[in-house]
Design a binder for this molecule. Structure first.
Ligand code: NAP
Length: 245
């Protein structure tokens, strides 16, 4: 299925923000690789939807926290679609708990997926991304809010922002930009699960624009950074959050 379109790999694209980014980049004429961890049915349904609309799309299973699976994922995408131009590090989990009540397992799981997962794909991208490519990492506005319960999650995303700034410089000479997008609350499973209606309403009222973000709000920013108009933005963290912080 190797295509003449540019190739984008989006991690965690079976649902939520990642799925919407995949839809948007497909619309912008990228061939898209939809990574997922366990949700094959939703990833396959998205591939079918995009194929129906005339796009090139494949689903590729890999747990981003596992370096060998990430290595194999890059090989699969290269073989099926061609060398990767755009990497979107979107896969992530949010499991909040007060720091003093965080188990070793919860700490390790958060860092394995949100931080080591990004490290694993960045390391592959460093040698395998096409020159002139784009890397976009998902951070979070929670880093600026400092809400109780978010210490570990914020720690995972602070590391991602640090990787973003340094990696942009390490890729000198390759014409590859590395940026992060830091959303505020977005109406997906990750944000909504486990919250009461009242808590959701409180978050929705926080930004001066007085609503929750929608996945499309974030996909538009990612598409900007992946596209022609974003070419001069490099090593930056762009908050997309309706003005909450
Ligand atoms: P979501 O709806 O929970 O979707 C998470 C996606 O990540 C799914 O496709 C899931 O795949 C995948 N995933 C989870 N663990 C994975 C792993 N180990 N390997 C590969 N894929 C994995 O989450 P979301 O709200 O769209 O969040 C996407 C990103 O935005 C995350 O990095 C999150 O931290 C960030 N973010 C979200 C918000 C928000 O309010 N929603 C705010 C700020 C930042 P399966 O379907 O196979 O499980």
């Amino acid at each position: 299925m190797t295509t003449t379109s540019k190739v984008a790999l989006i991690t965690g694209a079976s649902r939520g923000i990642g799925a919407t980014i995949a839809r948007r980049l497909a619309r912008d004429d990228f061939a898209v690789a939809i990574n997922y961890a366990s949700n094959a049915a939703e990833a396959d349904a998205l591939v079918a939807e995009l194929a129906q609309a005339g796009a090139s799309a494949i689903a590729v299973q890999a747990d981003v926290s596992r370096a060998e699976q990430v290595h194999a994922m890059f090989a699969t995408v290269e073989e099926k679609l061609g060398k990767i131009d755009v990497l979107v590090n979107n896969a992530g989990i949010l499991k909040t708990a007060p720091l003093a009540q965080t188990s070793n397992e919860l700490y390790a799981q958060n860092f394995a997926i949100n931080t080591q997962g990004v490290f694993n794909t960045l390391r592959e991208a460093g040698t395998r991304l096409n020159d002139g490519g784009r890397i976009i990492n998902l951070s979070s506005t929670t880093l600026a809010l400092n809400l109780p319960g978010y210490a570990i999650y914020n720690g995972t995303k602070a590391a991602v922002e640090a990787f973003t700034r340094v990696f942009a410089k390490e890729l000198r000479g390759r014409r590859i930009t590395v940026n992060a997008v830091a959303p505020g609350p977005v109406a997906t499973d990750l944000f909504l699960n486990g919250k009461t209606e009242e808590q959701i309403e409180t978050f929705a009222k926080m930004p001066p624009l007085e609503r929750l973000g929608q996945p499309e709000d974030i996909a538009g920013v990612v598409a900007f950074l992946a596209g022609k108009d974003g070419a001069w933005v490099n090593g930056q963290v762009l908050r997309a959050n309706g003005g909450v912080a």
